[in-house]
Design a binder for this molecule. Structure first.
Ligand code: TXA
Ligand code: MG
Length: 325
């Protein structure tokens, strides 16, 4: 099903056989838990029978309600104490469950028609690039799933922000995403970053979102990095720029004797929304091009959606490294 962030592979959250098929289609290890998607209602009503809000103290409950009144429906996932209706498999045995209300008419129609909670991990094979169009889903999962609901290209383009709300009411950011950390802070105060001792984000392996083509993160904008050209000469490269013009980089590479397959710019006007919308489609396009190595420019700011974009690029390039010069 389409959502505003990425396409998800939907199954009944309380049906172990259905959830097992989701793990199998994605080749996802069972230690990586799923997000449960809910229909849009009052947040406390929406999570009934899915999360156990009584496991939170008063402050935690207030924070959950404040955050979700502001950001639901939308790209915010909350990790909460789990209700016994939700099978161990959905949560990989954790005492918690991740929940969100997607902001997409097709997802909402599906949830309303089904009438119960629905798991929906991103509809890609495990570790691969998340899909933002129905065609991407077919490229990932054809033959493994019965159908794709085509809702067009996803509006946000990066996955939901995940926060964990602990029993004592503290809020932690487990995954940067479609809601900026600053916006969370402006609504609920301090938000720590990273998994704490008690809370884990098991699926956050560093090598997520990886294209099949070996990929490296440049230490700076391509026009400020010296030395890489010699290393890059050889098989054709593909370049993902953040906001610098693609033509400039292309000409510069050719002048330096580097064969170029494709250069793409996430947003020529440095618009983070446009950049996020393009991110996964461009990674896929570069992966499918004749490039035998991909070079990514780093994002030079960490506010708004840029934090999520840089997080995905870092993971997508985590296996590659530029040789020492
Ligand atoms: O935007 C999104 O969230 C998309 C769309 C389809 O809704 N879904 C998505 O699902 O990104 P997935 O499965 O690709 O990522 C789910 C992440 C994983 O990193 C997983 O570890 C984390 O959520 N997660 C799920 N349950 C958790 C829990 N109980 N505690 C901590 N992390 C959890
Ligand atoms: Mg995913």
């Amino acid at each position: 099903m389409p959502t505003e962030t990425v396409y998800g592979l939907a199954a009944a959250a309380t049906d172990v056989a259905a959830v097992t098929m989701v793990y199998a289609a994605k080749e996802r290890p069972s230690f990586d838990p799923l997000i449960v998607h809910l229909a849009h209602k009052d947040p406390e009503v929406a999570v009934e029978g899915v999360a156990e809000l009584s496991g939170l103290d008063t402050r935690g409950r207030e924070r959950f309600v404040t955050l979700t009144r502001r950001f639901w429906p939308g790209p915010l996932t909350c990790v909460l104490p789990r209700h016994s209706n939700i099978p161990d498999l959905v949560a990989s045995g954790l005492p918690t469950v991740a929940v969100r209300v997607p902001d997409h008419p097709v997802a909402q129609a599906l949830l309303a028609a089904f009438g119960g909670p629905v798991v929906a991990p991103s509809a890609n094979r495990f570790g691969r690039i998340s899909p933002t169009t129905a065609d991407h889903v077919i490229a990932e999962l054809e033959g493994r799933i019965p159908a794709v609901l085509d809702g067009g290209a996803c509006r946000v383009g990066v996955e939901s922000t995940i926060v964990a709300i602990a029993g004592d009411g503290s809020v932690r950011l487990l995954r940067p995403g479609g809601v900026a950390r600053e916006d969370l802070i402006s609504v609920v105060g301090p938000v720590e970053v990273g998994a704490g001792d008690a809370i884990e984000a098991p699926g956050q392996t560093p090598e997520h979102y990886a294209p099949g083509t070996p990929s490296v993160m440049l230490p700076g904008r391509i026009d400020t990095v010296s030395g890489w050209a010699k290393w890059a000469s050889g098989p054709p490269v593909g370049v993902l720029r953040v906001h610098g013009p693609a033509e400039d980089a292309h000409q510069q590479l050719v002048a330096a004797g580097v064969p170029v397959a494709l250069v793409l710019t996430l947003s020529a006007t440095a618009d983070p929304h446009e950049a996020a919308r393009n991110l996964f489609a461009f990674l896929r396009q570069l992966d499918d091009s004749a490039a035998e190595r991909l070079l990514f420019e780093p994002v030079d700011r960490a506010d708004g959606l840029w934090a999520a974009i840089m997080d995905r690029l870092r993971r997508a390039s985590s296996r590659g490294a530029l040789p020492a010069r």
